[in-house]
Design a protein around this ligand. Structure first.
Ligand SMILES: [Ca+2]
Ligand SMILES: [Ca+2]
Length: 89
């Protein structure tokens, strides 16, 4: 699971039992519906991008994060394509 998804999952898991109830799942899918979860997700997102820990996101940090996200999505797409190709045989 991508770090931000894990952070969002943890933030939505209000009772910290490692599982999401229906209400918690709604918050997981829509973190903006709960102010505390929204703040937690934003803080984690800032923390993961702000690699020099100065509390701000430089263009270099943003671009590095963007490239990592695109690479991850591309890898996932290739993996899905690979699985599809295997099933076709
Ligand atoms: Ca829970
Ligand atoms: Ca920074």
């Amino acid at each position: 699971m991508y770090n931000r998804d894990k952070a969002r999952f943890d933030a939505a898991d209000i009772d910290h039992d490692g599982k999401l109830t229906e209400e918690e799942f709604v918050y997981f899918k829509n973190p903006l519906k709960n102010e505390e979860i929204k703040q937690s997700v934003l803080a984690e997102a800032l923390n993961s991008v702000d690699t020099d820990r100065d509390g701000k996101i430089s263009l270099q940090e943003y671009l590095k994060d963007w490239h990592q996200t695109v690479s991850l999505l591309f890898s996932f797409s290739c993996f899905k394509f690979f699985l599809k190709a295997i099933k076709c045989r």
